[in-house]
Ligand binder design. Structure first.
Ligand code: ACO
Length: 452
């Protein structure tokens, strides 16, 4: 039996509220009867204390720096799994058997190409279009080529649509990049694995095949695993919100792409690299930059730092920091921005402004260095994040739509606009004012109602 919390309201009403305890001993007060029984709602700007749902997909302990997908520590998954195995784990709850893995790979390969007509859409965008705009538009457009996929009513169909989305999102990303640099779109290859196929589509040219190295493929695999899910973040909550209204998985995940784009969320990886590039080219010292951040009047933040949930360290950032060193060493690349990033991190972590606010490097702080070493242009960073997050979004879409007790997400609000007021016609509203032609609204018109 759950423990009961009692809430006493200013009007003296008391309500007993059940509490809910999660697998990892997280506690919540269930307020679902609060409004109907008391007339009160809860108010929680930015949802800092609000559990929007119960979910069995990902667990985070922000104080201890723990991240687990379906119970497995992120460190173990990052070390031992392919991105596709992690995708299957997130969506179906278990790591796949050899047979399930082979079957899903077949689906991915089968759906890696785009319909020939679909490819024409890419030429409809201006060359300077941001690939995130193209990505969200194209995922939405995909459903027009998959009418049966809009209503999913059996497991096989869901598996096909999930595989098609995970596969095609990478083809779309590479095609958007190729279009933006004026090169022909590269077709996927049936015999290449997921990550290798993406790098092939990004960098092979009609006259020269790109050779994917083991180091590059491992680094990108790691990047995608670390981005695959992160419970109720901004974009995933958006996907769940859209899904709760009954929207199909294409529409819901396209909305997730839009939500991901902002610089406070997935767009931070691009913003971090731009910040590091600025520091490198301007020669501004790390200390001067941090002084600007702390000054607050400049309105800049230390991008890639801070997190709503992690108040100690972000385990993804730690893994990526190690991977940066390994990748740059193995590719014999030196990037001054990695040194600047290390210097920024060390300076911030010993500065009281950041210590007192519990601000630590997040997943975006080091990811850009890895993507740059792989040759991925900075505008594509958030697109890569979206490719990685797609399995998580699909898993959450499934969880929302499969919940028999599910209801449309519909938060309440406390209204702060004007109280009821009387309607007046334009002459009444503009009493005594003079318009651009010098016409002053005369008093005798004020009493007459306007012809409708
Ligand atoms: N640089 C400087 N100050 C910061 C930063 C930062 N990166 N992040 C937070 N702060 C300060 C805030 O100004 C605030 O200070 P105050 O209490 O004196 O007003 C305090 O720390 C708390 O910050 P909030 O914005 O209230 O924290 P919130 O949980 O709402 O925001 C967020 C989290 C958006 C990630 C924030 O830390 C941030 O803007 N970071 C930079 C952008 C970034 O890296 N985003 C990627 C996040 S990871 C992801 O989405 C994939």
């Amino acid at each position: 039996m759950s423990e009961i919390a009692t809430l006493t309201l200013p009007d003296g009403k008391r309500i007993s509220l059940p509490t809910v305890v999660g697998t990892e001993d997280e506690h919540a007060v269930d307020i679902s009867r609060l409004r109907s029984e008391t007339g009160y709602i809860t108010l929680d700007s930015g949802y800092q204390n609000t559990g929007a749902c119960q979910s069995a997909i990902t667990f985070i302990d922000g104080e201890k720096g723990i991240l687990r997908y379906r119970g497995y520590p992120i460190e173990d998954l990052a070390k031992h799994c392919s991105f596709i195995e992690v995708a299957q784990l997130l969506i179906w709850g278990e790591l796949p058997s050899a047979e399930q893995r082979a079957h899903f790979s077949e689906i991915l390969a089968e759906h890696s190409t785009l319909h020939e007509d679909f490819r024409r859409h890419f030429s409809g965008f201006p060359v300077h279009a941001h690939p995130m705009s193209i990505m969200s538009a194209m995922i939405n457009a995909l459903q027009t080529y998959d009418l049966p996929g809009m209503v999913i009513d059996d497991e096989d169909q869901f598996e096909r649509v999930s595989g098609a989305l995970i596969s095609k999102v990478r083809t779309i990303a590479a095609a958007a990049y190729k279009s933006s640099i004026g090169e022909p779109i590269t077709y996927p290859r049936y015999n290449l694995k997921y990550v290798e196929n993406f790098l092939h589509m990004m960098f092979s040219r009609p006259f020269r095949d790109y050779v994917v190295t083991a180091e590059a493929s491992a680094a990108l695999n790691l990047f995608l695993i670390l981005h695959a899910d992160h419970e109720q973040n901004c974009s995933t909550s958006t996907v769940r919100m859209v899904a709760s209204g009954g929207a199909n998985v294409y529409a819901s995940t396209a909305a997730g792409v839009c939500a991901l784009w902002g610089p406070l969320h997935g767009g931070a990886n691009q913003a971090v690299m731009e910040m590091l590039t600025y520091l490198r080219t301007s020669g501004m010292s790390v200390q001067d930059y941090l002084a600007k951040v702390k000054d607050r009047t400049a309105g800049i933040r230390l991008m890639g730092f801070g997190h709503r949930v992690y108040r100690n360290f972000d385990p993804r950032a730690q893994i990526l920091k190690g991977a940066c060193d390994n990748l740059l060493n193995s590719l014999h690349i030196s990037d001054a921005r990695l040194d600047i990033a290390r210097e920024l991190e060390a300076a911030a972590l010993s500065d009281d402004y950041f210590i007192s606010r519990k601000l630590y490097p997040n997943v975006d702080f080091y990811s850009g260095i890895i993507l740059t070493a792989l040759g991925i242009p900075v505008e594509m960073f958030t697109v890569l994040f979206a490719i990685g997050r797609m399995p998580g979004w699909i898993a959450h879409w499934k969880e929302v739509t499969a919940d028999p007790a599910g209801r449309i997400y519909r938060p309440r609000q406390i209204y702060t606009g004007p109280a009821r007021r009387e309607w007046m016609n334009r002459f009444q509203r503009e009493k005594g004012t003079t318009d651009s032609r010098g016409f002053t609204v005369p008093d005798d018109l004020l009493a007459k109602p306007m012809a409708q």
